[in-house]
Write a protein that binds this ligand. Structure first.
Ligand code: PHE
Length: 447
């Protein structure tokens, strides 16, 4: 039996899990959603959901991991043999996400290289981004580099690789975010953007706001992909689980909030208040923002630190994905870390290359108007994740019972302060909300 690795301290665990949670979703998706769905009302809705729904699922996953000391497949099987299939589902999700997430990570590295080498102007052309991703070789090379960096850290192991890198990168990420946010909110004319971001607008509030906030929260907190189970399995028994979850929530929501402060005022100043410039997705990060940076004083510098920050965010998330996959194979087949890393790297290079080439030579492959990358994203995020989360709630709420999680939370000594909230959420409220998310994301995705 191999001895299970551990995070050496609570702060190591919290920073690694926050590293997973803080990712591309916080930076390019949250600001856009907040701006679109009612500003302050969206923020408030998001926070309420994070501390109830998000808290519940994250606590459950970390507890399942720590209790069993195993990653997803082993954890579900150990608690109830009939539910091993949930572990398999939890294994499939990161296997799908990791490759395409790394393709986007490669794009971030490319933009970082453009900014740091002082070629920012080149990236402001309208066709620059499209030209880059439709090229077959260049995006593949950046993708390979991103995966290689991730693999090296995962190869170094939980304490010497993941924990160490998180302890360095996460504080730097906070610092860089603060620098950029302070700079952009003090730009001339930033006030209008700030008001748009922060002032509650009930007129833009609807059931859709709740759905959008919920979908975002779920992805942003890295729930329902086996990650928190895996990281939980490396958490020490005497570290406070409930307190850690609260710290991760604060970290994740804080960075998302700061991303809005960085992006929305700056885009407003640049576009003269034209909200359509805030469109979501790759367009915002790789087309609009380079233009915004190019238009401001010190833009080359701000753009460079912005892309380093995004790179750190993406890398620590990719590490958690890869570690989850590696851990699953190691638990299942008792492979060495080295062999598992090589295997996962090769597998991901193959799958990711398909996503990357899907914008160039393979662009004829599409389904309901989605590229290969979008298809992978749709299957994992819109279908498999809500299904897994729903089953996890049913599993904890009715099969093993919430007490098993509550006891695990109390293992470190002390009480489980939010036990009542947890029990009601996991048995009733979360499953209902999840069915609604699932139905609506299938309807929008295929609509
Ligand atoms: N939570 C990450 C984000 O907000 C997303 C992520 C997805 C992380 C998958 C790990 C795995 O971007």
């Amino acid at each position: 039996m191999q001895k299970r690795s551990n995070f050496s301290s609570k702060i190591g665990f919290v920073l690694a899990a926050s590293g997973s949670a803080v990712g591309l979703g916080n930076i390019w998706r949250f600001p856009y959603l907040a701006a679109k769905y009612g500003g302050g009302t969206f923020l408030l809705t998001y926070v309420v959901l994070a501390v109830t729904f998000g808290f519940t699922l994250m606590t459950a996953e970390i507890a399942l991991g720590r209790k069993t000391g195993l990653s997803a497949i082993g954890a579900f099987t150990a608690l109830d043999k009939r539910f091993g299939f949930l572990g398999v589902l939890a294994a499939v999700i990161p296997i799908i996400i990791f490759p395409y997430y790394s393709v986007i990570g490669g794009w971030v590295l490319k933009y970082f290289s453009v900014f740091i080498s002082g070629n920012m102007k080149a990236a402001t052309g309208d066709d620059y981004f499209t030209g880059f991703i439709t090229n077959s070789v260049s995006p593949l090379l950046w993708f390979f580099l991103f995966i290689a960096l991730t693999a090296i850290i995962v190869l170094l192991g939980v304490e010497k690789g993941i924990e160490k890198v998180s302890k360095i990168m996460m504080p730097i990420l906070v610092l860089l975010s603060l620098i950029i946010a302070v700079y952009t909110v003090t730009l001339d004319g930033a006030k209008e953007g700030l008001i748009y971001y922060l002032r509650p607008r009930m007129s833009d509030f609807s059931a859709k706001t709740i759905l959008a906030a919920m979908g975002q929260m779920f992805y942003s907190m890295s729930l329902a992909m086996g990650i928190m189970i895996t990281y939980g399995s490396y958490m020490k028994k005497d570290d406070n689980l409930e307190g850690s979850v609260h710290q991760i929530e604060i970290f994740d929501t804080g960075i998302a909030f700061l991303a809005g402060l960085m992006i929305i005022p700056a885009v407003f100043v640049f576009s003269g208040g034209d909200k359509s410039a805030l469109g979501a997705g790759p367009g915002l990060m790789f087309i609009t923002l380079p233009k915004v940076f190019a238009s401001m004083k010190f833009g080359g510098f701000i753009g460079t630190i912005f892309f380093i920050m995004v790179f750190f965010a993406a890398l620590t998330s990719a590490i958690s994905l890869m570690e989850t996959i590696v851990s699953i194979f190691r638990d299942k087949f008792h492979w060495s870390r080295k062999f598992a890393c090589v295997f996962v790297t090769v597998l991901s290079l193959i799958l990711g290359s398909l996503s990357s080439l899907g914008f160039g030579p393979l662009s004829s492959v599409s389904w309901h108007g989605m590229s290969i990358l979008d298809i992978m994203d749709f299957i994992s995020n819109s279908i498999l994740m809500p299904i897994l989360a729903l089953f996890t709630c049913i599993f904890v709420g009715f099969i093993i019972k919430p007490d098993v999680v509550a006891d695990e939370v109390r293992v470190s000594g002390g009480t489980f302060k939010s036990e009542k909230l947890f029990t009601v959420m996991i048995k009733w409220i979360a499953p209902i909300l999840l069915v609604v998310i699932l139905a609506s994301s299938i309807a929008t995705g295929l609509g």
